[in-house]
Design a protein around this ligand. Structure first.
Ligand SMILES: [Zn+2]
Ligand SMILES: [Zn+2]
Length: 384
């Protein structure tokens, strides 16, 4: 199927649904037509077969949200049912096709009203004219996976994005490569034509040859179906700020798809996935670390050496008699905050109970128990 066919077919009409039909309505309409016209049910019936094929084709496009959008866009740019032929004397003209498609069938004036009834705005312009105004580029969504260290320090990572951009084949003109849209001879590119009515009123209306676009594409670009828009994949460098959390969505202003006709670029939204670290955890801008200490270190006190995420090791003073689970703060060894200051490293001590003692060690511990004169730590449980 050529692009030309594609644009000339009114799939909505084929399925008998309105242009803003929901996907459910489209589904139902197609099922009904398919059931009534299925070749198995109507052997030898050419008309049913054609109807079935047409409906299938329409359903393929309209049931796919992306294809439907492309189709709608292409048709809104070029006008539904508008033939890409130069109006010639005697032959089928774009003008006639226009009215035929509008369901007029009768006098051109009635078709005209149907077709353009909704296009006029109060300012006297036409809806199509807005296509030529500045249009903001689309927002792009993407995700990126970074290491725990990159999340803490911030990093510049490369990321692949897929976006709607000007079609590379036709550079956004909508005309097949090697051809260019030509200025509409009827309205000389203004998109509007004036008619003198009885010499008194002058009426301005959207040009019927180019449907107000000012340009005529004779051979639509096969890549984009004449819409001038395409999908492009590119790798871009994305700056991930320090202190980002797993699952966070960052907005990078102006890094989305380019705008059209001088419109602003869209934004890029990046969802960050952070790979967990085997040792360190995060609590806001503080880092967390669990550190084992021996029973004697916790009891007698000790100076222990602990790692930091990216800097040199640091010494930590464990006071005598530190209970299990106590959290100690090492200042300035956490994640960088947006204001430039740095969070802390929160060290939680995990007191290890000695196991597999030698007979000698056991004897020493028994001696310790005896000498320490320990009170029963469970007395309080019995109201003692
Ligand atoms: Zn024109
Ligand atoms: Zn193209």
């Amino acid at each position: 199927m050529s692009t030309k066919d594609w644009l000339e077919k009114d799939y909505y009409k084929v399925l008998g649904v309105s242009k803003n039909a929901s996907s459910d309505e489209i589904k139902k309409a197609f099922r009904r037509i398919a059931r009534d016209n299925h070749p198995d049910q109507n052997p030898g019936d050419k008309r049913a077969e054609t109807r079935f094929k047409e409906a299938s084709e329409a359903n393929t496009i309209l049931s796919d949200a992306e294809k439907r959008k492309e189709y709608d866009e292409a048709r809104s740019l070029f006008g539904g049912g508008f033939k890409f032929t130069k109006p010639g004397p005697g032959g089928p003209t774009g003008f006639e096709d226009l009215f035929r498609n509008a369901g007029g069938g009768g006098a051109p004036t009635s078709g005209f009203g149907d077709l353009f009834g909704g296009l006029f705005t109060q300012s006297g312009g036409s809806r199509r004219a807005t296509h030529r105004g500045p249009r903001r580029g689309a927002d792009i969504e993407g995700d990126v996976e970074i290491t725990f260290e990159q999340a803490v320090e911030g990093a510049t990572v490369s990321m692949r994005t897929v976006s709607d951009q000007a079609c590379p084949a036709c550079r956004g003109t909508g005309a097949k490569a090697g051809t260019l849209p030509r200025v509409c001879p009827r309205c000389e590119g203004s998109g509007m034509t004036s008619t003198q009515t009885g010499g008194v009123f002058q009426m301005s209306e959207p040009c019927t040859d180019c449907l107000g676009r000012g340009l005529i594409v004779d051979t639509p670009c096969p890549d984009c179906g004449g819409s001038g828009r395409g999908r492009s994949t590119k790798t871009m460098q994305v700056r991930i700020p320090a202190g980002v959390a797993d699952g966070q969505r960052i907005r990078l202003k102006g890094k989305g798809a380019a705008g059209e006709n001088g419109g602003a670029s869209g934004d890029l939204y990046v969802t960050v996935k952070v790979t967990p670290h085997p040792l360190f955890g995060r609590s806001g801008y503080n880092l967390t670390l669990e550190v084992p200490v021996t029973f004697t270190e916790a009891t007698l006190g000790a100076e222990i050496t602990i790692p930091t995420l990216s800097g040199p090791k640091v010494k930590l003073r464990v006071p005598a008699g530190t209970p299990n689970g106590r959290t100690m703060r090492v200042r300035g060894k956490g994640a960088r905050k947006p204001d430039g200051t740095v969070g802390d490293l929160l060290v939680t001590l995990d007191v290890q109970v000695p196991e597999g003692l030698t007979d000698e060690a056991k004897a020493a511990l028994a001696e310790y128990a005896e000498k320490a004169h320990q009170v029963n730590p469970r007395e309080a449980l019995f109201g003692g």
